[in-house]
Design a protein around this ligand. Structure first.
Ligand SMILES: NC(=O)c1ccc[n+]([C@@H]2O[C@H](COP(=O)([O-])OP(=O)(O)OC[C@H]3O[C@@H](n4cnc5c(N)ncnc54)[C@H](O)[C@@H]3O)[C@@H](O)[C@H]2O)c1
Length: 329
């Protein structure tokens, strides 16, 4: 059983706390928010002590695992301080995405985790689903073959107008991570973006990618479309076959090249994933399991290094958008 804490008790931190109270590997022992009302409300809800200062909580409850679910500018500026504090204390840390809105800070967090020899994961929850695991197996078994192209897209509504790059930096850690999960490192990127009527920020964007493997890809994303219909699609094609994942966990279809018979995985009604919240459940459970099993910090799924790699692709996309260039990552 791992002692766990959550720092940052907005909607997302409360979701982490809920998962820790339900996971068989976790014992939630404290919550911390410098907003006293939020900390107290979460403490009452989850039945654990409230703290208003990170170092006080770490010293008092000595957690094994800490979730950092802070937010801030571009949804990422607040992660650095509590992450460094928890890593310095020797805790394993599961941070929210984006790893940071600034690359130099992200690099320092990844380096700190390495120096301390602890696991540092990012909540790249969109790929912690049975459908994505199955598609990964198809790739590893050679059923896609030499990869040719990937088409990834994700669209939701987020009306925040805090930074011109908010959509690029805060939505696409997920999509770029999914692309990297199946297709490996991205070496070059080009980005066009547009602003929906009434918006001041680059709220919809298209990216062109070239992977180290030689495969090519596109990514389309938007903060301008109301929920209610499918919101995410991933298609990967190679010389032997092509797969499509619809909405992370709803369905995965393998189309073998030259064979009209396809293989379809459908999220089962009984025992399947019930909602988007289960992507958090799976991701958090995997982190706890890997920490508990003593997996090498370099080998954990959805690591800080992977979160940083995704953010570097997005930083290159922003340079491309600003300068009209193709950028190396
Ligand atoms: N993985 C996903 O699917 C997903 C979905 C939505 C949002 N997110 C991410 O979750 C994060 C949190 O989102 P939110 O909407 O809950 O944010 P929020 O701003 O509502 O909550 C963050 C909380 O952190 C607290 N905080 C900040 N720094 C602190 C510190 N050093 N010590 C103590 N408390 C501190 C703030 O007071 C605030 O209450 C963001 O990074 C966002 O990008 C992830």
């Amino acid at each position: 059983m791992l002692k766990t804490c959550v720092i940052g008790l907005g909607a997302i931190g409360n979701r982490h706390a809920k998962m820790y109270t339900q996971d068989p590997f976790a014992d939630l022992v404290g919550v911390c928010d410098w907003d006293k009302e939020r900390a107290d409300a979460a403490a009452a809800r989850w039945g654990v002590p409230a703290y208003y200062d990170v170092e006080t909580m770490l010293a008092a409850v000595k957690p094994d695992v800490v979730s950092v679910a802070t937010g801030g500018h571009e949804y990422g500026s607040e992660h650095y301080l509590p992450t460094m504090q928890a890593l310095d204390f020797g805790c394993h840390v599961l941070g929210e995405k984006p790893i940071s809105n600034e690359i130099p800070e992200a690099e320092k967090m990844v380096a700190k985790a390495k120096e301390k020899g602890v696991c540092y994961g990012i909540n790249l929850n969109h790929r912690f689903t049975p459908a994505a695991l199955l598609a990964k197996k198809w790739v590893d078994e050679g059923r896609i073959g030499h990869q040719l192209f990937v088409n990834m897209s994700m669209w939701i509504m987020n009306p925040r107008e805090t930074s011109p790059y908010f959509q690029l930096k805060a939505l696409h850690p997920h999509t770029v991570d999914v692309m990297r999960y199946f297709c490996g490192d991205i070496e070059a990127v080009h980005c066009f973006a547009t602003k929906a009527p009434g918006r001041q920020i680059w709220s919809t964007a298209v990216f062109n990618m070239r992977f180290k493997s030689g495969a090519v890809g596109t990514l389309t994303g938007s903060y301008d479309i109301e929920r209610g219909h499918p919101m995410e699609r991933c298609e990967v094609a190679g010389v032997k076959g092509r797969f499509v994942i619809d909405d992370m966990y709803r369905e995965a279809t393998l189309y073998p090249a030259g064979n009209p018979e396809k293989t379809v995985y459908t999220n089962p009604l009984f025992g399947g994933m019930e909602s988007f919240e289960d992507t958090f459940r799976n991701r958090i459970h995997t982190f706890l399991e890997q920490v508990g099993e003593g997996v090498d910090p370099d080998e954990i799924d959805g690591s800080g290094a992977e979160g940083l790699a995704a953010q570097k692709v997005l930083a290159a996309a922003i340079r491309s958008l600003d300068n009209g260039t193709v950028e190396r990552v």
